[in-house]
Design a protein. Structure first.
Length: 525
């Protein structure tokens, strides 16, 4: 397959039909991508309803986000493993899966997932699974690593069985994923990167406002320290009792692009001036990502812009989210709701979640999610996304919900729900906020990406599987309850592990988590 010798990003590739591909980032490339995406609706309509239809899914679990911030997350290269939940697609006996990672995934981890497949032998599934690796643990995103390896791209192409329809599934879609799609000649089940800006912090606020959804007092489209100071001053003057505000980069994620501004005690009355606020920012602003300096934070904020919002207080406060999907036919589905568990500076970092969200407001979240989904669909958005809220309980017992942000990508609540859905083949009913299996029984889970203890370091994937088998830390298909692990590759070096604990009640889900944690602690002492 011919190519120039100039090297990425300036080289030109040829597709399978020898047609010259357009230059990277050109209008021609964008048009070609849109053409491929427009044909995806017919593929979706014809192949998705039939589980016996032959098809191929190419999974690119790249976290194509700000790599400098992303590297603050310990063991981040193994976060690609979270999308191993999509190996459950192999339960459809004529579906092929191609899974690409930065570094090879230990075979015992693959075996662990294939063992979970209902009604399919591991051997049968393994014949339809192709694994590729870049053998590159550097700080580049996975998609950039793939684009720098033309022979790997060719091997991915050759892994697709002749004549099969195929598409790409990504964590998020940027210009890099668009280029990879064009080089592979495959559509992506995800949002066109030209629309990605709709999910940044500033535009999220605009979408919420246009949908008539309540949001915190604040200001968007800020791009300088001076504008941040002006916004902080106005918020305090509007609400003298305000003690904290949140400063967020437009393109931040998982809270690590946020910072908390703590109003100094003296910042009242005549002392509440723009100049005093401006002078206080370097020492009163605390970054959520602990090892991100003030200087780097400000540099990134000024480059990409951001917002300032009042920090919402409440005697009883939760952080729910709603997950939505817009399919290629334009149909909207409220996939799930969660109550998120947050930590870090003033509770800004995602650690885990309970599913479904509190029954007291789960249906309300679904209704608001649908309004936002309709607005985004009208803009051309496709695929999965989530909406985060802060909810506070009022003295009369009612809940007030404040929309915080839209994430036009998969997230920390995607893979736990996929595991539950694949394993139990149930359905979340947005009208009553309950997940039920085919037999009518409800299911709940508690999930976390952050089962993290220093004493876990040194446990290999083999050790974990051995411990899980001995202590029955596993998912039991007969009871449809139990524990499913992820992030297994991060365990030995980083002492970090992910779990999804599924139970017939919230209490049983929590019980499985407690048992898992206590067992691992006892085994490591």
């Amino acid at each position: 397959m011919p190519e120039t010798k100039t090297g990425y990003p300036n080289r030109i590739f040829y597709s399978r039909n020898e047609a010259l591909l357009p230059a990277i980032g050109s209008e021609e490339e964008k048009m070609l991508f849109r053409d491929m995406q427009s044909g995806f609706a017919a593929q979706f309509e014809n192949t998705y309803p039939n589980p016996l239809e032959a098809k191929t899914v190419v999974i690119i679990p790249s976290l194509t986000l700000d790599q400098e911030i992303l590297q603050k997350i310990e063991g981040v290269v193994h976060y690609e493993e979270r999308m191993l939940a999509l190996l459950m697609l192999l339960r459809m006996p004529r579906t092929h899966v191609i899974f690409v990672t930065s570094v090879p995934v230990d075979p015992i981890i693959i075996d662990y997932y294939l063992h979970l497949l209902p009604g399919i032998t591991g051997y049968h599934a393994r014949q339809r699974l192709t694994l590729h690796s870049c053998f590159d643990a550097s700080h580049l995103s996975l998609t950039e690593k793939i684009l720098a390896r033309p022979r790997l791209i060719n091997r991915i192409r050759q892994s697709i069985p002749a004549g099969q329809l195929a598409h790409i599934v990504c964590f998020n879609v940027t210009a890099h994923e668009r280029r990879l799609a064009v080089e592979l000649g495959l559509p992506i089940y995800g949002c066109d990167p030209e629309l990605y800006h709709l999910g940044n912090k500033s535009n999220s606020r605009k979408v919420f406002r246009n949908c008539g959804i309540q949001l915190p007092n604040g200001f968007e489209d800020l791009s300088s320290k001076e504008e941040v100071a002006e916004a902080l001053t106005k918020l305090k003057k509007e609400n003298p009792a305000l003690q904290k505000a949140v400063v967020k980069m437009n393109e931040g994620f998982s809270g690590d692009g946020n910072a908390i501004y703590y109003y100094p005690d003296a910042m009242t009355g005549q002392n509440l001036t723009l100049e005093n606020i401006l002078d206080s920012i370097p020492y009163a602003l605390k970054m959520v990502a602990g090892n991100l300096s003030y200087e780097v934070f400000l540099q990134k904020f000024e480059k990409d812009g951001g917002i300032v919002e009042a920090f919402l207080e409440g005697h009883e406060k939760t952080s729910p989210s709603v997950q939505c999907r817009i399919n290629p036919l334009g149909r909207i589905e409220i996939v799930s709701t969660h109550d998120q568990m947050l930590g870090g500076e003033s509770g800004q970092v995602f650690l885990g979640a309970n599913f479904p969200a509190d029954i007291a407001y789960a249906t309300t979240l679904g209704e608001m999610g649908r309004k936002v989904a309709e607005a985004l669909r009208d803009q051309g958005v496709l695929g999965r996304f989530s909406i985060d809220f802060i909810s506070t309980k009022q003295p009369d017992g009612r809940w007030s919900h404040f929309a915080i942000e839209i994430n036009l990508r998969k997230g920390g609540t995607t893979h736990p729900y996929l595991m539950l859905d694949f394993l139990t083949q149930g359905d979340y009913n947005a009208e009553n906020g309950i997940y039920q299996m085919a037999n009518g029984q409800p299911r709940y889970y508690f999930s976390s990406d952050n089962l993290h203890e220093s004493v876990f370091r040194g446990l290999t994937p083999h050790d974990l599987i051995d411990i899980a088998m001995i202590h029955e830390l596993r998912y039991d298909g007969s009871t449809q309850e139990g524990v499913v692990f992820h992030l297994i590759g991060a365990l030995s070096q980083h002492g970090k592990l992910g779990v999804v604990c599924i139970g017939s009640t919230p209490e049983r889900a929590q019980m499985f988590f407690n048992k898992t944690f206590n067992t691992l602690m006892n085994e490591c002492r």
